[in-house]
Design a protein around this ligand. Structure first.
Ligand SMILES: [Zn+2]
Length: 331
């Protein structure tokens, strides 16, 4: 689909930010290859071109196992303070190069520590050290960290992540719940989330990505979500659309990710366009740049060329991001 509006220019916006980017899967492919060879996980001498072709997901997956082995490689290389520091610095450099003025990074300590057993505080220190170096290099760039509780870590893992967040209130700008939705209805976390809600935490929940809009209802009503990660199934529930608009809930949409993970069959069918036109606060995001090989510029291109958003509509997405950011200085 082609639109007649002029090309969108991110640089023309005063302060473009991205709300939904996973720091623990945002490595440059060259860095990932280097770290993987260093650990004997990839054959020495493998070319960047060959590795990129084999590793990056560019076409829709047939099953989730295809995805899981990719995530495992990340888990196995994110094993030391200096690696995490480097990853955070490079991720900011990439965002600046893409034309962003700020970003909200999120990471799951459960995910990172699964193989390496690296202590959670060391993970946080490593990332923060990299972000502090980035701040010296790019003093105007705004960045904050959201901690993710992984559903597949069980109730105790979610509880541990909530405690970690509450023990380090100045280190995080928000809290996220992510991982497989099936079998993990939001309602079951209601009691655990009470301290977060009482602390007025900024809560965003991955919900309605490939599952029912009931999970979005639950995220909003039971878990106090101010934002929803993905939430594409809301398109099937007009009462929920009305409620989300009334409550001013923001939706962090990631078109390429939804296409590659087969949550939408065609990019042209992505619900971001009709939802935006109905008045929902939607935003554009990359999700997992290190898995899909995408930048925010790619998401903009796809939104314009395949989905058919106008320049004005893409601008609106970034205005929404500013209005709903958890970063203290841009909202
Ligand atoms: Zn995500």
């Amino acid at each position: 689909m082609k639109t007649n509006s002029p090309p969108f220019r991110l640089e023309a916006l005063p302060y473009p930010i991205e709300l939904h980017r996973h720091l623990d899967v945002s490595l440059r492919v060259s860095t990932l290859l280097e770290l993987a060879i260093e650990r004997g996980l990839v054959t020495s001498g493998t070319s960047l071109e060959l590795f990129s072709n084999e590793f990056l997901l560019k076409t829709p997956v047939k099953n989730l196992t295809d995805c899981l082995s990719k995530f495992e490689l990340y888990q196995k290389v994110l094993d030391r303070f200096d690696v995490l520091e480097r990853v955070a610095l490079e991720a900011v450099e990439d965002c600046v190069r893409e034309g962003l003025g700020g970003v909200e990074f999120r990471f799951s300590p459960t995910f990172i520590s699964q193989y390496s057993r690296i202590p959670w505080l060391e993970i946080l220190d490593g990332f923060e050290s990299g972000l502090n170096k980035a701040k010296l290099k790019f003093p105007k760039f705004k960045v904050g960290l959201i901690v993710i509780a992984s559903r597949d870590a069980g109730m105790s893992g979610v509880e541990k992540t909530i405690d970690f967040f509450l023990q380090h209130p100045t280190h995080f700008i928000g809290f996220d719940l992510a991982g497989p939705e099936s079998g993990f209805p939001p309602r079951q976390y209601r009691e655990l989330f009470k301290p977060l809600i009482e602390a007025n935490a900024n809560i965003t929940i991955h919900a309605g990505e490939g599952e029912s809009p009931d999970n979005i209802w639950g995220a909003i009503e039971d878990l106090g979500a101010k934002r929803i990660g993905h939430g594409i199934s809301i398109i099937t529930d007009s009462a929920l659309i009305r409620e989300a608009i009334k409550r001013n809930i923001c939706f962090e949409m990631c078109p390429t990710s939804n296409y590659i993970t087969a949550c939408v069959i065609e990019l042209s069918k992505h619900p971001i366009a009709p939802l935006l036109r109905q008045g929902l606060a939607v935003t554009l995001n990359t999700d997992d740049p290190g898995i899909f090989g995408v930048t925010i510029q790619d998401e903009i291109r796809v939104s314009q060329s395949a989905i058919g958003l106008s320049t004005r509509e893409i601008t609106k997405c970034f205005e929404n991001a500013n209005a709903h950011s958890f970063l203290p200085t841009v909202s």
